[in-house]
Design a protein around this ligand. Structure first.
Ligand SMILES: O=P(O)(O)OP(=O)(O)OP(=O)(O)OC[C@H]1O[C@@H](n2cnc3c(O)ncnc32)[C@H](O)[C@@H]1O
Ligand SMILES: [Mg+2]
Length: 200
């Protein structure tokens, strides 16, 4: 079975691929959007991560006919009542400007004391095939730092210090991040569905 990972974010796509390949999925060939004919990106208008993930996976399945996985993710900061949330990718206005997004977030939290800087990375992962639609969630608790640190990962990783760690998630190795991350947790919850689909 070909499985389409429907993300237009190269670094996110790399993580999705890495997490699934580490599981050694038998009978599944993982492909990306570069491997299929182009189709337009639908705007992400849903109020929840789950709604957006499902919409992206449905779009990909409808456009290609391939069983598809999509991820909608972001960072939910307690002191901002859960924002940036589903707006994480375009928090500073433009889409996907990681540096501007993290700088804006740090500025907003400048006067927030250490004990109230908690938040979580959230990932909803959706799988859509001819036979089923499923969406699952993974969360990773931590705190927002006062300055960026580390060069791994992407997005808000340099300003997120996972619970139980002194390092930011941009200072963790890729394997460490996958073992703990919202994305790792969500994708591992999808595995039974992917395996069943490959065997059907
Ligand atoms: O929608 P696709 O095409 O998959 O790509 P995207 O980058 O637009 O992805 P989202 O709409 O799900 O937005 C997620 C944003 O949340 C942030 N984010 C998500 N997962 C992250 C992670 O593991 N580390 C750091 N930041 C993350 C990052 O800034 C992303 O741009
Ligand atoms: Mg997006």
């Amino acid at each position: 079975m070909k499985l389409l990972l429907a993300s237009r974010n190269k670094k996110k796509l790399g993580e999705l691929r890495r997490i699934l390949l580490a599981e050694g999925l038998e009978g599944i060939e993982v492909v990306g959007l570069d491997d299929v004919p182009e189709f337009p990106e639908a705007p992400e208008t849903e109020p929840t991560f789950e709604g957006n993930a499902l919409a992206k996976a449905r779009d990909a399945f409808n456009a290609t006919g391939l069983p598809s996985v999509a991820d909608d993710s972001g960072i939910a900061v307690d002191a901002l009542n859960g924002m940036p949330g589903v707006l994480s990718a375009r928090w500073s206005g433009g889409h996907g400007d990681d540096l501007a997004n993290t700088e804006l977030l740090l500025g907003q939290l400048r006067d927030v004391p250490d004990e109230r800087r908690g938040g979580a990375f959230v990932c909803a992962a959706a799988f859509v095939s001819a036979d089923e639609e499923v969406v699952v969630r993974g969360e990773w608790r931590g705190a927002i730092t006062r300055e960026p640190r580390g060069g791994n990962g992407f997005g808000y990783d340099p300003v997120f210090r996972p619970e139980g760690h002194d390092a930011t998630s941009a200072e963790l190795s890729p394997e460490e991040k996958d073992a703990l991350s919202h994305r790792g947790r969500a994708l591992r919850r999808l595995l039974p569905h992917l395996r069943a689909s490959a065997q059907a």
